[in-house]
Unconditional design. Structure first.
Length: 418
């Protein structure tokens, strides 16, 4: 009990702040609801088309609007009330899922409605993500940023371990329509949670031009000129495009290379998620390391090395172990990168700069297309080996070409905020 009391009373811990606790529980509901959407919509596509190609097309229909609109959404978040952007977009996404759930239950759903729905949800999600980037620092003090980023990241990682299994059972028992209804409830709960948050100061602190394109250019130019931001953004770009894309090939690796079927695929996916949770817990435990730049680069390189070793495995238990290690290293450097950027970015540019960074998260679908194309020409293990080697060598080159990232220390970040 004393540990729990200290957990809530320590101002370095993000859960000390009631607004963040509300935000976290709302995000938890939305993210787990999103897992139900992923499984249910995929099953719907299979039922409607029985075509694996359409699975990729539907995923791309959601990913592309998010990628295209993320940076404009960041400019909007800098200009308007970020709290309102988040809760309104969550309500809209919840209602969109409710409509599709009802159409599915009534057997009125078709492929083209799914395409329109996916593109619409992807567009609104971009606005939500931009708002969240600006909202998060308003919920806590800066000294709690490391734990706030880690706890928020842990939601996605935990859902990666538990979500697919729960969603798969739900789709099997109650069907995709009612599963999408659960997604709708998750987003509506998230909107209600953010709506209930009281923020002391929600005023707009910058004078912005009316030209959104000049504002977008201003944010992109800031990232380019400040080499630390540029370096951390490039690391995330490489991780999403070449590193995390192994996830797209994991079902084929399980089936054709290890010959362990869907059970083995689930076990490997869970192992990577467990490793990511472990990495997050390490970030929470050790907090803000002084050699934060070097830690990011080393963990990025070790992530690539772990995936290279994974590509050579032939036994499930070894594959699971290497993916768990890879998940841990990736979680550490991504959490520290997000923390560093959130602490260093000026408030008046936060939405645009953070949107440039988080846009890289949505490039997994692009990396999946590239890795899938290459794997069809050569082989899945060789493709993973090549892509993971790119992650490793990119980390080494970035350390040499952008020494500002390598020399970044937490004391530097604190001095920037004084």
């Amino acid at each position: 009990m004393k540990i729990f009391d200290k957990f809530l009373t320590d101002p370095v811990n993000a859960f000390h702040y009631l607004p963040y606790r509300k935000y976290w529980f709302g995000s938890f509901a939305a993210v787990f609801g999103e897992r139900f959407r992923f499984i249910a919509s995929g099953w719907l596509v299979v039922v409607l088309t029985n075509s694996p190609a359409w699975l990729g097309i539907i995923a791309l229909c959601q990913a592309l609007p998010t990628i295209i609109l993320s940076i404009p959404a960041g400019a909007i978040a800098d200009k308007y009330d970020s709290k309102k952007l988040v809760y309104v977009s969550n309500f809209v996404i919840g209602i969109a899922h409710l409509i599709v759930a009802i159409l599915t239950i009534l057997n009125f759903i078709n492929l083209w409605l799914l395409i329109i729905w996916s593109a619409f949800v992807g567009s609104v999600f971009a606005i939500s993500a931009g708002g969240q980037n600006v909202l998060l620092p308003k919920l806590i003090e800066k000294k709690a940023m490391t734990s706030a980023v880690a706890y928020t990241s842990a939601i996605w990682q935990t859902s990666r371990v538990l979500g697919p299994a729960a969603a798969g059972v739900a789709v099997a028992i109650i069907g995709p329509g009612y599963s999408l209804l659960l997604t709708s409830i998750g987003y509506i709960l998230a909107g209600a949670a953010v709506f209930s948050i009281k923020i002391k100061n929600t005023s707009i602190i910058r004078k912005s031009s009316s030209n959104i394109f000049s504002e977008i250019f201003e944010g992109a130019l800031y990232v380019y000129k400040h080499k630390i931001f540029l370096g951390l953004t490039l690391i995330s770009f490489c991780s999403s495009t070449f590193g995390t894309s192994y996830m797209i090939l994991l079902p084929i690796f399980a089936n054709d290379v290890l010959e362990v079927g869907v059970q083995g695929f689930g076990a490997m996916e869970a192992a990577a998620g467990v490793g990511a949770i472990g990495g997050t817990l390490l970030v929470i435990k050790f907090g803000t390391l002084n050699k934060i730049g070097m830690t990011i680069l080393i963990c990025s390189a070790l992530f690539g090395i772990s995936l290279m070793i994974f590509s050579l495995t032939k036994i499930l238990i070894f594959s699971m172990f290497t993916l768990m290690i890879a998940g841990m290293f990736q979680s550490i450097y991504l959490n520290f990168s997000m923390t560093a950027i959130q602490l260093m970015v000026p408030d008046e540019l936060r939405g645009r700069v953070m949107s440039v960074y988080t846009t890289t998260y949505f490039l997994i679908s692009i990396g999946g297309f590239l890795s899938g194309t290459l794997a069809a020409a050569i082989s899945v293990p060789t493709t993973i080996l090549i892509f993971s080697f790119i992650v490793f060598i990119f980390s080494v080159l970035l350390s040499l070409l952008l020494p500002q990232v390598r020399h970044l220390e937490f004391e530097d970040i604190k001095n920037m905020n004084n």
